[in-house]
Design a binder for this molecule. Structure first.
Ligand SMILES: Cc1ncc(COP(=O)(O)O)c(C=O)c1O
Length: 379
């Protein structure tokens, strides 16, 4: 095997995503002991900068889990849904379904409210489901990566609260790319991960945990070990992880969060993502036979899903992927299960453009121009 076997590609998929050179280099910083004072040099600023990026200063604590976004989400289920309670999983796509499946896999009494692909949460329907099921806990997906839909998480959390339910939010593919307004939406736990809009490799789940979650978890049985938010919070209070962290990623995360907060600036980062969403929208508007997939007004700032022209099914999109690979890119031909269902129903397939993390408008412009050329050769 040679290292030349690994082809460098610019990732325009929806995570993992492109990594800046400085972050790559930070991967060579020294390893450290996770119970040594060197650990605090990394995790204290990491935690402080995560809070700045989340714009929280009011009681939420941040926890870093070894694992990924799913690890944090599963911990929210295990620590915050008690035996005998009902959890309503509101789903607008594959990752909403994931939260539901996690609840079922952990033996929770879970019911689901599902919206069709491309649709956002309809609050009137959610209201009906809350009246019908009277759940104690509700899970919500902030940004549905399979369809490119961003939900109004503040309104959905408010509605859950009106019915006396505790909201848990999956913010995996949006945190770091938009103001997620945790202080306004006030979920009991907001979960995210490193490999998407933070522009880092995968390896940590991240959670923002409200004081009410701490109170509730104390009364929930069988929280497990690494999925117990109380054990995690004890370690987080010392700027540590509960289990041995990936030191390479911690070094990279420390450097990257300092860059985001102190160099790029949090609001500039959010504006850059909104600009890239609009760039893809305008690009689609200029193409014959292409259309945006997600509901108008609820289109994600971190990825865009586009309906391909008639006749360009999943096989055609896979051919586009290979032609883009030859140009040095990794193209995303769409979420597999959704395209299979669309094709079965005689509908057009959808592909995705990831524009998250540290992708710049210039990089995106070049990518879209290459993609347009490839589409003309494939039709
Ligand atoms: C919205 C959403 N939730 C959850 C997940 C699962 O996260 P992870 O792969 O970090 O466990 C993903 C991954 O793509 C996602 O996009």
């Amino acid at each position: 095997m040679s290292i030349n076997d690994f082809t460098p590609l610019k990732l325009f998929i929806t995570g993992p995503t492109y990594i800046r050179e400085e972050v790559r280099e930070a991967g060579t910083l020294p390893e450290f002991g996770h119970r040594d004072k060197e650990n605090e040099k990394r995790f204290k600023p990491i935690m402080a900068n995560l809070k700045k990026l989340a714009k929280i200063d009011d009681g939420y604590e941040v926890v870093i889990f070894n694992g990924s976004g799913s690890t944090a989400m599963e911990a929210s289920i295990r620590s915050l849904v008690a035996g005998g309670e009902t959890v309503l999983n509101v789903s607008v796509g594959a990752f909403g379904d994931l939260y539901h499946n996690m609840a079922l896999a952990n033996g929770k009494n879970a019911v689901q409210l599902k919206f069709g692909p491309g649709r956002a949460i309809d609050l009137a329907e959610m209201d009906r489901a809350l009246r019908e099921h009277r759940p104690q806990v509700v899970t919500l997906t902030h940004n549905e990566t399979s369809t490119g839909v961003v939900n109004d998480i503040e309104a959905a959390c408010d509605l859950a609260r009106k019915h006396g339910a505790m909201p848990l939010v999956d913010g995996v593919s949006i945190f770091g790319g938009a103001d997620v307004r945790i202080s306004q939406a006030r979920p009991a736990m907001y979960s995210t991960s490193t490999q998407k809009s933070l522009g880092l490799p995968a390896g940590f789940g991240i959670a923002f945990i409200a004081p009410e979650a701490v109170e509730k978890a104390a009364g929930v049985a069988d929280r497990g070990h690494a999925s117990d938010i109380l054990k995690q919070l004890d370690r987080a209070a010392k700027f540590q992880t509960l289990t041995t962290p990936n030191c390479t990623l911690a070094n990279q995360m420390c450097v990257q969060l300092d860059y985001i907060v102190n160099q790029e600036g949090v609001d500039n980062r959010f504006k850059r993502h909104a600009l890239m969403r609009d760039m893809v929208r305008d690009w689609v508007a200029g193409l014959d036979g292409f259309e945006l997939f997600a509901q108008e007004g609820r289109r994600s700032p971190t990825l865009t899903t586009v309906r391909a022209p008639q006749g360009l099914g999943s096989a055609g999109l896979k051919a586009v992927k290979e032609r883009m690979r030859a140009r040095g890119y990794l193209f995303d031909p769409g979420y597999g299960k959704i395209n299979t269902a669309l094709e079965k129903g005689g509908q057009r397939c959808a592909f995705r453009v990831g524009h998250m993390g540290d992708i710049t408008p210039d990089m995106l412009r070049d990518y879209l121009s290459d993609l347009e050329e490839v589409f003309t050769t494939i039709k």
